[in-house]
Ligand binder design. Structure first.
Ligand code: HEM
Length: 451
């Protein structure tokens, strides 16, 4: 049985400095130096980063039953999002997943096109030409409106504002200020007391507003018309509906999972395009040829191969879900049957799209934005789990097709509007928390196309 290399680091704290202060760089460097997997000591415990795509496939797909969602999610996300799809496990998760699945069926998603482009038009036309704007909050608001309308029906403007700022506060707390988070891990106690109070207030507001949306909807009952309708209509084997608590947890989870990830993909894509004008021009040519100046439609999507390459490449460099964590339920053997690696029971295992996607074994010039690398031949030769921005196996993102459709339509609408530029000397950096957010925002402006 091959031994897994263990990196011990400093006495007591292990590699807390690297993982606490520069997690993206730390994991990327582990990925590049360890071909299969590596164990890292951190603050009295340890985790194993799996760096080989075929072992990632074992964790997410073939041996997924040996793992459950991780302690981090349970510790931080559960108090906020409860037992929603993202954080539940086992039979409970399976039942909820089956209930939610029809809302994400291909034909159902097709019906969301009009709402997506309508919100896209309103939001993008509110950005003034030639004026610098932080694009990320704009995209956060836009994708929030889209999730609200497509999955929950009509949500009043005031409730949407409250959800937006509560979620922002909650995610801010998860991200924390890196140094504060680092020190509180080191000392094993929370340090940001003022932030903690605002966080608790945001959790309370989020709960209240979501409960109100559900109650209002129950009063004007429209079964099955959208995700919330399906949840309301769902019955278990004994004919019982979902409890109020379950309903609230699922709705909160969908608001979180369904808007920030897509907003991030939009923000990072626009920034990459703004800093690579030649690639942006090529994209604009494709959009002009296929769509012209009219509203993009569902049928256009399959005729936009370069747009798809741009989105893939942007999610390669900035996958919104930058790390996925699991905990082993048993002692697990990974790799070749005759000579496997051994993972002990109750051990934290990490797989990182962000680190894997920059591995030079699979990507030439891994840090460069090169959408045209995504030829059919390249895709066919790429090991399956060398690219997994939406995860994989049974826990694969339920919103993958929803998100790809949304991002394609919205990106086309942005590019139709004009040529985007990045503000010179504005610092852009990724801040990893649950997702990979732009720490200092992304300042862009567009110049209308000359017709
Ligand atoms: C570009 C956009 C998106 C990205 C990159 C993304 C990424 C992911 C990833 C990596 C997972 C798996 C997490 C794990 O295995 O631990 C996941 C799960 C999930 N995503 Fe997404 N997501 C996106 C958009 C969406 C949208 C639009 C929705 C809903 C409208 C959504 C809802 C969910 C839910 C509910 C889960 C949990 C699924 C389960 O465990 O059954 N996501 N997402």
């Amino acid at each position: 049985m091959p031994a897994i290399r263990v990196l011990h680091g400093l006495p007591r704290i292990g590699h807390l400095v690297g993982m606490g202060l520069w997690p993206l760089d730390f994991l990327t460097s582990l990925q590049r130096n360890h071909p299969d997997l590596v164990t890292v000591s951190i603050n009295g415990g340890s985790f194993t980063l799996v760096t080989n795509p075929s072992l990632v496939e074992e964790i997410l797909v073939t041996q997924q039953k040996q793992f459950q969602k991780d302690k981090f999610l349970k510790l931080y996300a559960k108090p906020v999002f409860g037992n929603g799809l993202l954080s539940s496990d086992g039979d409970f998760w399976l039942r909820q997943r089956r209930m939610a699945q029809p809302a994400f069926h291909r034909t159902r998603i097709a019906e969301y096109t009009e709402a997506m482009t309508r919100h896209g038009t309103a939001s993008i036309s509110s950005i003034r030409a030639d004026e610098w704007v932080d694009i990320h909050p704009v995209m956060m608001r836009l994708t929030l409106e889209i999730v609200a309308e497509t999955l929950f029906g009509t949500v009043p403007e005031g409730s949407l504002n409250q959800i937006g700022s509560a979620l922002d506060r909650i995610m801010h707390q998860f991200a924390g200020d890196t140094i504060t988070q680092f020190l509180s891990q080191l000392l094993n106690r929370p340090l940001d007391h003022a932030g903690e109070a605002a966080f608790q207030q945001a959790v309370h507001t989020f709960d209240t507003v979501i409960s109100e949306i559900i109650t209002q909807r129950q009063e004007r009952y429209e079964p099955g018309s959208d995700l919330l309708g399906m949840f309301l209509a769902a019955r278990d084997d004994d004919g019982a509906p979902m409890t109020a608590e379950q309903l609230r947890d699922e709705c909160k989870t969908m608001f979180l999972a369904g808007h920030e990830t897509t907003a991030l993909t939009m923000s990072w894509s626009l920034w990459l395009l703004a800093t690579h004008p030649d690639i942006q021009r090529r994209l604009a040519d494709e959009i002009r040829t296929v769509i012209g100046i009219r509203m993009p439609t569902l049928e256009d999507i399959r005729n936009l191969p370069f747009t798809e390459q741009v989105i893939r490449e942007s999610m390669r460099l900035y996958p919104p879900a930058w790390v996925l964590q699991r905990e082993s339920l048993f002692d697990v053997s990974l790799g070749p049957l005759d000579d496997p690696y051994s993972i002990p029971k109750e051990h934290d295992v990490l797989v990182s799209p962000a680190a894997m996607h920059r591995d030079p074994r699979f990507y030439a010039h891994p840090d460069r934005f090169m959408p045209n690398r995504w030829t059919p031949e390249f895709v066919a030769a790429l090991p399956k789990y060398a690219y997994f921005p939406f995860g994989g196996g049974p826990r694969l993102c339920i919103g993958q097709q929803f998100a790809m459709m949304e991002v394609t339509l919205l990106l086309a609408q942005c590019i139709q509007r004009g040529h985007w530029e990045a503000k010179p000397f504005h610092r852009v950096a990724a801040q990893p928390s649950i997702t990979q957010r732009p720490k200092y925002g992304i300042k862009l402006r567009y110049k209308p196309h000359v017709t």
